[in-house]
Write a protein that binds this ligand. Structure first.
Ligand SMILES: [Zn+2]
Length: 313
């Protein structure tokens, strides 16, 4: 039997000014998975068993949450209600510095712009956008985010600095409403409730875009910070973005060399083959989908070939 690892990022609620998953929809999804006969298991024990050749004997879902936003605190009881263990991957500089992640900084800056922005050859990037609604502004911002996310960190920071100059924005406050990370004290309190925490790089760059020294710094620093702050660090790494273009074999090797046991991707395929060999540094995950029909299409097809519709309650 296979298992499926689901990946979440943000949760809707007062702690989140941006888009996030609706908690009622998550509750429905978890209930639906249970009705289908899925069990929930924690990532570490599932991975360790698989690496010893032992795979789940029932259809299994593993829940992971990336980045470390504070909005996961009010979401955790929903998972707890269904007995669903949760593993969280932290971008450790986000927690240390308490400034919004770079893509949120970019959207926050555009929100202060007067309806049009033009970048001319900033770090090699030219981009102009005009909008007449907040939705259109966010959409245009996502285009710019896609343009720069594969660029090295300095280029991304140059673009963000240029935007800050254009809109005359003050530096971000450490507690910009709706984009705050967990505090390390929160992390330790959640750990006592059974949540596990692992590394997700320090500054959340796309590893494939970095040179060897930068990539090693990102992997090593995030793992060191997690071990410093967390009592029972989860020795599994999550690649930022996680799609196949976003990391290289070199990065898998860096994760292994750092002493981590495994790493998760977002390559869209099912989590593991039903039999070895398993590459512990390329364990797949899929993004959570709120619509039951979408979740059904992905989870059931991936986890249990030929699995039918859920039984009626
Ligand atoms: Zn991430």
């Amino acid at each position: 039997m296979r298992w499926v690892s689901l990946c979440f990022h943000r949760f809707a609620g007062p702690a989140n000014a941006g888009p996030g998953e609706d908690l009622v929809a998550i509750d429905d999804s978890l209930q639906w998975l249970r009705r289908c006969g899925f069990v929930f298991a924690d990532l570490e024990s599932t991975v360790r068993a698989a690496l010893q050749g032992r795979f789940p004997d029932r259809p299994t879902v593993v829940v992971t949450i990336d980045d470390g936003f504070a909005d996961l605190i009010p979401a955790l009881p929903v998972f707890g209600r269904h007995g669903c263990p949760v593993s969280v991957f932290l971008a450790t500089d986000f927690l240390d510095r308490r400034a919004p992640l770079w893509w949120d900084q970019l959207q926050l800056l555009l929100a202060e712009a007067p309806g049009a922005v033009r970048l001319q050859e900033v770090a090699g990037i030219s981009w102009s956008a005009r909008w007449d609604s907040a939705e259109e502004r966010v959409r245009q911002g996502e285009v710019l985010i896609e343009m720069i996310k594969r660029r090295p960190e300095p280029a991304r920071l140059t673009v963000i600095d240029a935007l800050a100059g254009i809109v005359g924005a003050a530096p971000f406050s450490s507690e910009t409403t709706g984009y705050a990370p967990l505090r390390w004290d929160d992390v330790r309190a959640l750990e006592r409730e059974g949540v596990r925490f692992g590394p997700h790089t320090h500054t959340h760059p796309i590893l494939a875009a970095l040179d060897h020294a930068q990539a090693k710094y990102e992997v090593d620093t995030s793992w060191a910070r997690v071990r410093e702050e967390v009592r029972q660090p989860l020795s599994i790494f999550a690649y930022p973005d996680g799609t196949p273009w976003s990391f290289r074999q070199r990065d898998c090797d860096l994760v292994r060399a750092a002493g981590l046991e495994a790493a998760v991707t977002m390559d869209g395929r099912w989590a593991l083959p039903a039999a070895p060999p398993v590459d512990p540094f390329r364990l797949g995950r899929i993004g959570y989908q709120a619509r039951i029909a979408d979740l059904q299409a992905s989870v059931l097809r991936l986890a249990v070939p030929g699995y039918g519709d859920p039984a009626k309650p």
